[in-house]
Structure formats: structure tokens, C-alpha cells
Design a protein around this ligand. Structure first.
Ligand code: CO8
Length: 258
């Protein structure tokens, strides 16, 4: 298992838990933390013993954004040459389901990182926002695109143009968050959800993730066609045979990820 300085990586059964760990900077995403999160997720994604990934931060902050102090001196030529933030495309290529467990601040790049996950479970303390405009920039890790798809144009424009934050109740009403849990129970609840996913057939969970994600990239007709073809292909797996046999025989399925 790799060594990391700015994150913690833990395996809890079939769940890989990645914890952002720069507490003094409220988990601001500096280049090292970004490199380590992407590396950890790629490592877990390649591990057949892992069926789900849980990404979390601290009680106070999931992440308070990209690291402003690191970005401040950069020139246009530098951010363009390094294609700053393009490494997140590798995070979103992960096929293993990724659940975000968010408490406290999820601002700017922190909100964007939560949205890069497949869904968000939030503590009642969570606050979401895209305050980049107050710094003279705009979201740079997909916020203008993913927030708009998650909450619609009215709220996305409001948040990106005023920089205001959304509390967790508004975030859930708007569809940004799938569930709200008491802060003290966040990790346990999120781990239970991730474990439930990890107990499903991994190839089938990957297909479900791919099918849902396809809806963001294509027309309804093409998406439905894609889904049907993937649905048909589930019948080529042992896990479809086992899942349906278990239902008929009134027992729990024993998936073998094959
Ligand atoms: N970057 C660097 N350091 C940070 C960040 C950050 N995003 N957020 C907090 N910190 C640091 C603070 O500087 C402080 O450090 P120090 O003790 O050394 O002064 C420490 O974390 C604690 O923070 P505060 O003292 O400010 O804690 P408060 O509880 O008073 O406030 C807040 C918490 C409200 C979260 C406040 O810290 C804050 O507003 N942070 C910045 C939030 C923000 O604007 N985030 C967006 C950043 S930009 C971005 O994410 C995308 C950029 C896309 C650009 C595209 C370019 C290509």
C-alpha cells in the first residue's frame, strides 16, 4: 500500500476509505493532496478486493477549496502549461463507485471534489458553495458544469455569481445531496452505505455507474439504447445467474464478481 502525507488510506473490508488530512488548511487542495487523492483512488480502483470507495474529510471541513496560497502567484502561462486541475479527469475515470461523506465546508474545489464522487451523503453541518468569483476566478474543477446538472440553472447561477453558500437542507432539496445524517453518525452511516454497495457484484455496480453517468453525456434515446445493451450484457455474468437464482430460492445472493 502506498504512503501518503496529506491523506489517510484505510481498507475497511471491501471499502477503501480515503480521508483528506490537511487539517491546518481545512483540507485545501494543494498539488500534493490532489496528486495523492488521484493516486489513492487509482490504486483502489485497480484493486479487485475493493468494491466501493468512501471519500471524506474532517468534522470542520470536507475541503475549503483549491489551495489559494499555492495558486496566488501563478501566471496564466503556468496554469495553462500545467493544465491545472486536469488530473481530476483521472479521478472521474474510476469505475468503482465512489461515495462522498461531507461534513463542514465543501467550498470551491471542495464542492467540486464532492460532486466528482458518485453521490454525496452529508452531515447536518455541511455547507456547499462555489465562492471562486469572490477571488476573481471561476470554478475550475467542473463546478459550473456539475453543479448546474445537479441543482439546475437558477441555483447554480445564484451560487456561482454571488459566491453564497448553501446549507445542507437546501442542498438536499436541490438534489445536490442524497441523504442528510447527524454529524456524529456521518462516518458510520456512510461506511454502511459504501459497504452495501461493495457487497453487490462489482462488475454490475460498475455497469450501473456507467449507465447513470452516460445520461450526462448523451441524448435520452441514445442513453436508453446504451442502457438496454448493458442490461443485456449483465446476462453474460455469473452474478446475474446467482442474483436471480437467490431471489427464486428465497435466500441471499452470493456474488463472485464474475
Ligand atoms: N486555500 C488555502 N488555505 C485555506 C483555504 C484555501 N482554499 N481555506 C482555508 N485555508 C486556511 C486559512 O488560510 C487558514 O490558514 P492560517 O491559519 O494559516 O491563516 C486556515 O485554513 C483556517 O482557515 P480560517 O482561519 O479562514 O477559518 P475560518 O473558520 O475563519 O473560515 C472558511 C473558514 C470560511 C472556509 C475560510 O477559510 C474560507 O473562506 N476559505 C476559502 C474558501 C474559498 O474561497 N474556496 C475556494 C477556493 S478557489 C477554488 O477552489 C477553485 C479555484 C478554481 C480556479 C481555477 C484556476 C485555473
Amino acid at each position: 500500500m502506498s504512503e501518503f502525507d496529506t491523506i489517510l488510506l484505510d481498507r475497511r473490508g471491501r471499502v477503501g476509505v480515503v480521508t483528506l488530512n490537511r487539517p491546518k488548511a481545512l483540507n485545501a487542495l494543494d498539488s500534493q493532496l490532489m496528486r495523492e487523492v488521484v493516486a489513492a483512488v487509482e490504486e483502489l480502483d485497480a484493486d479487485p478486493g475493493i468494491g466501493a470507495i468512501l471519500l471524506t474529510g474532517s468534522d470542520r471541513a470536507f475541503a475549503a477549496g483549491a489551495d489559494i496560497k499555492e495558486m496566488q502567484p501563478k501566471t496564466f502561462a503556468e496554469v495553462h502549461a500545467e493544465d491545472l486541475f486536469s488530473q481530476w479527469d483521472r479521478f472521474s475515470s474510476a469505475r468503482t463507485p465512489i461515495v462522498a461523506a461531507v461534513a463542514g465546508y465543501a467550498l470551491g474545489g471542495g464542492c467540486e471534489l464532492a460532486m466528482l464522487c458518485d453521490f454525496i451523503i452529508a452531515a447536518d453541518t455541511a455547507k456547499f458553495g462555489q465562492p471562486e468569483i469572490t477571488l476573481g476566478v471561476i470554478p475550475g474543477i467542473g463546478g459550473s458544469q456539475r453543479l448546474t446538472r445537479a441543482v439546475g440553472k437558477a441555483k447554480a447561477m445564484d451560487m456561482c455569481l454571488t459566491g453564497r453558500t448553501m446549507d445542507v437542507n437546501e442542498a438536499e432539496r436541490a438534489g445536490l445531496v442524497s441523504r442528510i445524517v447527524p454529524a456524529a453518525a456521518l462516518l458510520d452511516e456512510a461506511l454502511k452505505v459504501a459497504t452495501t454497495i461493495a457487497e453487490m457484484s462489482l462488475p454490475i455496480a460498475m455497469m450501473a455507474k456507467e449507465a447513470v453517468n452516460r445520461s450526462f453525456e448523451t441524448t435520452l434515446a441514445e442513453g436508453v439504447k446504451f442502457e438496454r445493451r448493458v442490461f443485456h450484457s449483465t446476462f453474460a455474468t455469473a452474478d446475474q445467474k446467482e442474483g436471480m437464482a437467490a431471489f427464486v430460492e428465497k435466500r441471499s445472493p452470493h456474488f463472485t464478481n464474475s
